[in-house]
Design a protein. Structure first.
Length: 228
């Protein structure tokens, strides 16, 4: 059962779509918090039509709907917060090839029998669940040489060193209304992510640091890897 006191439920309540807002598809897949910064869907492969894709932590479904609607991929998008899935279904429920599910990511990965070509997450569950467990489960659901791609808040975005060790640290998360909530998060540096991905049988193919527009410091870290 979802804890309605969680910051993620509060975030969903505060980002409710405007009633009657048109459900047009976005122009590209966004990996960061600032539109147009960094790569788009091309990092997932050139031909996405018919590919089985899983998104972990889809929020209101914009990216998943884009991949299904514009690239004709077969996308399963999951989110822990049922309110977010409700919003996604209201806006994108008629997009062919898109399946939206409210469920826990680790539970879904452990129970599904589906093999995916691509698994991705945009500021989703990666870093919010223990990385070793999560990425091992992801690798088991990927076809050989399948792609995993994710973006996470950059560990140096606030000038604090990256996490070191098996325990998460408490990171401050700002809600749209300005209040801050503490969230346990694993914030690894690039060598740390390379190590945990390798332990799961995944080989890193690219690392991108996404910067704040107009400033010189990174705000997000994006990593792409393949199942060995």
């Amino acid at each position: 059962m979802i804890n309605k006191c969680s910051p993620w439920y509060a975030y969903a309540l505060q980002t409710r779509p405007v009633s009657g807002e048109p459900s047009t598809l976005t122009a590209r897949l966004e990996w960061g918090t600032y539109p147009g910064i960094g790569p788009g869907a091309e990092v997932l492969g050139r031909a996405l039509r018919g590919r089985r894709i899983l998104e972990l932590g889809c929020g209101q479904g914009q990216n998943a709907a884009y991949l299904a609607g514009s690239h004709r991929a077969l996308v399963t998008a999951i989110d822990l917060i049922d309110l977010q899935i409700q919003y996604a279904r209201d806006r994108y429920g008629d997009v062919p090839g898109l399946t939206l599910l409210a469920c826990d990511a680790l539970r879904y990965l452990r129970q599904t029998s589906t093999t995916f070509d691509i698994v991705y997450s945009v500021f989703g569950v990666v870093g919010l669940a223990e990385p070793g467990q999560l990425l091992a489960c992801v690798a088991r659901r990927l076809r050989p040489h399948g792609i995993v791609a994710f973006s996470v808040p950059h560990p140096r975005r606030t000038g604090v060193a990256a996490s070191d060790g098996p325990q998460p640290r408490h990171s401050m998360f700002r809600l749209p209304d300005g209040r801050c909530r503490s969230v346990p998060r694993w914030e690894l540096d690039i060598p740390g992510w390379r190590r945990v991905l390798a332990q799961a049988g995944l080989r890193v193919t690219s690392v991108t640091e996404l910067e704040h527009p107009g400033r010189s410091h990174p705000t997000a870290l994006m990593i792409v890897a393949r199942r060995i």
